[in-house]
Design a protein around this ligand. Structure first.
Ligand code: C2G
Length: 128
């Protein structure tokens, strides 16, 4: 079974996220999502609208997602890749080259970010 992992906040889940999750899942047979905890969001300077449990519930309802684990820090990826026997690590292209060191452990792929949609844009549009 080819296992894929990706990480993110996935707040106000939108079609750009789904596009990423779909393509990530198509790279293997099982997709794990490392979902940023509320505490880690603070470290990332991201204020998510939905709390972790709500974001987890929504992600687990997505057909492309097989498992959701908490992402609590920047450094757990290596440990996760070993712990879950990951074959492919995936991120959107806005992270291009940021995680290349993980190619020591597994395939690293950056998938083109979907233009024209973002959680911050949604928040901005709704507040206007
Ligand atoms: N994404 C995308 N297209 C968009 C928006 C997001 O492909 N229009 C991708 C991002 O590139 C990322 C994933 O969807 O791979 C999740 O995006 P965010 O929730 O914004 O995640 P981020 O804050 O980038 O956290 O350790 C990694 C971090 O947790 C990534």
């Amino acid at each position: 079974m080819k296992k894929v992992i990706t990480y993110g906040t996935f707040d106000l889940l939108h079609w750009g996220h789904v596009n990423l999750l779909k393509r990530a899942r198509e790279l293997g047979d099982y997709l794990i999502v490392g979902l940023s905890s509320d505490e880690f969001n603070k470290i990332k300077h991201k204020q998510s609208f939905h709390k972790y449990e709500e974001r987890r519930l929504i992600l687990e309802a997505i057909r492309y997602v097989d498992e959701v684990i908490p992402e609590d820090n920047w450094t757990q990826k290596e440990e996760d890749i070993k712990k879950y026997s990951i074959d492919t690590f995936v991120m959107g292209s806005d992270w291009e080259n940021e995680f290349d060191e993980l190619s020591e452990l597994c395939e690293v792929k950056y998938l083109k970010r979907t233009d024209g949609i973002s959680t911050s844009q949604i928040k901005e549009d709704l507040s206007n």
